[in-house]
Design a protein around this ligand. Structure first.
Ligand SMILES: Nc1ncnc2c1ncn2[C@@H]1O[C@H](COP(=O)(O)OP(=O)(O)OP(=O)(O)O)[C@@H](O)[C@H]1O
Ligand SMILES: O=C(O)[C@H](O)COP(=O)(O)O
Ligand SMILES: [Mg+2]
Length: 400
């Protein structure tokens, strides 16, 4: 990669500022899924093993009121990080000021410090998420170099990623990517820039309007685009088929028509669906082919679609997947997602990449995560990357 990376830096005795994406699900102080913390370990370990002082920071959730600060403190994340590293992590419960500066000045080589949720600064006029220059400058003043390993945040231009980077560079200090950033860019970059063919993209889930732009972009790159999950029925509507009470985004039907016209037989739609009268696991369900009958909603792809998707996927050399094939959270509608996930796991010759919050949770919950090549830590970030957009967090890193 053309970007400077942490392995190009001499971190010994240095204060290494490190932006990570520790935006993990936390409820009542309990962390739901620590994938993003685990994914950041290689860069942290590299830094401390080479005698650097690791000064970490991240946002967590979205801070709109003073009250949000209670639930969205990074304190439990510091504890989990300490457990994972097997060494103490100093947690500093503020985002600026003497307490933070003293803690940093007291660090020894190889120490790890995490300071409080950068979005606490949003209560004071969106300073963090609005990339307030004074804030970026202040954080930059705390270190000798800056490593950005927060791929999941790369689509945001925050003071803590873009602002710090710009201020460091203006001071002649180095700005590098961490190993996670490097890995994400490698896997996603190869998938969009130079994919091994056949290249198959699978787009499912529920966010039709967010993701329809990705489908359009992927049509230029992929040999096949499989559409599943809740995404399907806007396309059914575009084809003039009945959709019953299935998920649909009426204002995207025209876009779906254009995509169908552009994509032709590149686009693979489900031929059957599991339908029920209610959005409920405990009501009777049945498989229907084609049109969804009145009074029913489609909640999973059916067995013929699974067989057809497997047939399309069997020779693939690159597969990118975002969005579950059905309402996998309910056991009666998890089969499509499970079957597609399991099948991807058997493609030993292919690069298989899954991104997205629910998609990642689905493959883990279904126990197929380990068989895939890469589980991206990026939700919005990986999609915007796949859309071909330049992400501000990446753009701000120095070139080699
Ligand atoms: N047929 C369907 N009808 C309604 N909802 C569906 C259907 N199929 C899948 N879903 C829902 O889609 C949701 C996931 O879609 P989503 O677009 O959020 O994917 P994601 O992987 O989380 O990506 P992102 O990180 O961008 O949110 C799940 O909660 C799932 O229940
Ligand atoms: O989870 C994410 O996609 C990133 O951490 C960015 O969070 P945000 O959507 O709240 O900006
Ligand atoms: Mg989601």
């Amino acid at each position: 990669m053309a970007k400077l990376t942490v392995s190009d830096l001499d971190v010994k005795d240095k204060k290494v500022l490190m932006r990570v994406d520790f935006n993990v699900p936390v409820k009542n102080g309990v962390i739901g899924d620590d994938n993003r913390i685990v994914a950041a370990l290689p860069t942290i370990k590299y830094t401390i093993d080479n005698g650097g002082k690791a000064i970490l920071f991240s946002h967590l959730g979205r801070i709109k009121t003073e009250e949000d600060k209670k639930e969205l403190t990074l304190r439990p994340v510091a504890q989990r990080l300490s457990d994972l590293l097997g060494k103490p992590v100093t947690f500093v419960p503020v985002t600026r000021g003497a307490q933070l500066e003293d803690a940093i000045n007291g660090m020894n080589d190889g120490d790890v410090l995490l300071f409080e949720n950068t979005r606490f600064e949003d209560l004071d006029g969106k300073k963090e998420s609005g990339n307030d220059p004074e804030l970026g400058q202040y954080w930059a003043s705390l270190g000798d170099m800056f490593v950005n390993d927060a791929f999941g945040t790369a689509h945001r231009a925050h003071a803590s990623n873009v602002g710090v980077a710009e201020a460091m560079k203006a001071d002649g200090k180095k700005v590098a990517a961490g190993f996670l950033m490097e890995k994400e860019i490698k896997f996603l970059g190869e998938a969009v820039d130079d994919p091994k063919h056949p290249f198959v993209a699978i787009l499912g889930g529920a966010k039709v309007s967010d993701k329809i732009g990705v489908i359009d972009h992927l049509l230029d790159k992929a040999d096949k685009v499989i559409i599943g999950g809740g995404m399907t029925y806007t396309f059914y509507a575009a084809k003039g088929m009945s959709i019953g009470n299935s998920l649909v985004e009426a204002d995207k039907i025209d876009v779906a028509k254009e995509i169908l016209a552009k994509g032709g037989d590149k686009i693979v739609l489900p031929v059957d669906s599991v339908v029920a009268e209610k959005f409920d696991n405990d009501v009777p369900n049945k498989v229907v082919e084609g049109d969804i009958p009145d009074g029913y909603m489609a909640l999973d792809i059916g067995p013929k679609s699974v067989a057809e998707f497997k047939d399309v996927l069997k020779d693939a050399k690159t597969v990118v997947w975002n969005g579950p094939m059905g309402v996998f959270e309910m056991s009666n509608y998890a089969n499509g997602t499970l079957e597609v996930g399991k099948f991807l796991g058997t493609l030993s010759d292919a690069t298989t990449i899954v991104g997205g919050g629910d998609s990642t949770a689905a493959v883990k919950q279904l126990g197929v995560g380990d068989q895939l090549t890469h589980i991206s830590t990026g939700g919005g970030a990986s999609l915007e990357y796949l859309e071909g957009k330049e992400l501000p967090g990446i753009a701000a890193i120095s070139n080699k």
